[in-house]
Ligand binder design. Structure first.
Ligand code: BTN
Length: 290
């Protein structure tokens, strides 16, 4: 598909590897998604690929060539799916949701993490609503069932600070994977909707729910600010105020008591000696889940 051609439904990419010999589950086509979607803008223009390196990479290219806000890159498989901190995202064909949304929010780049929180909240909320799962969010935006990861979010910003020029929010959700679809090192650490409920799930319905929930929160955030989003994030978080934690931040490891999340999504920790640390990004190493 060339950039100048309108988004289309058939995913007939010249040169794209085909998965037809892999007995795929039902395809998550643009038509299947749009039949269920009631968002105003998000997901109305879809770039669909049977196989692609990374939907985030493609969405960043599209964003750089003026694709408007709400454009969605959707793939049945990723051969170079990327996770946070240079990790790979395991993207079994026709099993998960691999989707990247283009945003153009007129907000300072320091607030970009809040948009990844927003995606995690939309995913957790959709899984809880549609399947009665008890999905929670591990800072910053891993979606877990108990301690097993079911979804992740990768937000990437382009444009020089202080304003965001364009942003891509990529979401990976494990939906119909069986245990054998995950590499051995993820045993006990990764799960899917199907593994949790015992039944295959409709990827289009999940993605429609996520896009609608994301769009609703995005409009409210731009209009009213982050307060409601932060309350929702906190209600889904694995952390509660007072929890002891250990976090790897940009300047090293910090241990102490979780006191909250600030207005830019940074973790605020009180060290045993009483000093307050603000950790804008990083990795939670250990925490007592309540
Ligand atoms: C993480 O938890 O480390 C983030 C995982 C994000 C994976 C998604 S799948 C769709 C999009 N394309 C990518 O290459 N990564 C994100």
């Amino acid at each position: 598909m060339s950039d100048s051609v309108p988004p289309r439904d058939d995913g007939g990419l010249p040169g794209a590897p085909s998965n037809q010999d892999q007995a795929p589950g039902e395809a998550l086509t643009p038509a299947a998604l749009q039949r269920l979607l009631s968002s105003a803008v998000f997901g109305h223009r879809i770039f669909y690929y049977p196989s692609i390196g990374s939907t985030n990479d493609r969405a960043l290219e599209l964003a750089a060539s003026e694709e408007p806000e709400g454009g969605l890159v959707l793939a049945e498989e990723q051969t170079k799916g990327r996770g946070r901190r240079e990790r790979t995202w395991c993207s079994a064909p026709y099993a998960g949701i691999y989707a990247s949304l283009i945003l153009r929010p007129a907000i300072p780049a320091t607030r970009a993490p809040l948009l990844t929180f927003m995606a995690a909240v939309a995913v957790a909320d959709t899984l809880n609503e549609q399947f009665r799962l008890r999905a929670r969010i591990k800072w910053p935006n891993d979606v877990l069932i108990e301690r097993r990861k079911i979804a992740g979010v990768l937000g990437e910003v382009r444009g020089s600070a202080p304003e965001i020029r364009e942003m891509v929010v990529g979401v990976g959700i494990n939906v119909n994977q069986s245990a054998a679809d995950f590499p051995a090192e993820l045993e006990g650490k990764a799960t899917s909707v199907r593994l949790e409920t015992g039944a295959p799930a409709d990827r289009a319905a999940i993605l429609a729910g996520v896009l609608e929930g994301f769009e609703r929160r995005y409009a409210r955030f731009l209009r009213d600010g982050p307060a409601t989003l932060l309350r929702e994030w906190e209600s889904l978080s694995t952390l509660t105020p007072g929890a002891q934690l250990s976090v790897q931040g940009p300047t090293g490891r910090v241990e102490g008591e979780f006191t909250g999340i600030d207005l830019e999504g940074a973790l605020v920790v009180r060290a045993p000696a009483g000093s307050i640390h603000r950790i804008p990004f990083g990795e939670l190493l250990d925490s007592r889940l309540t």
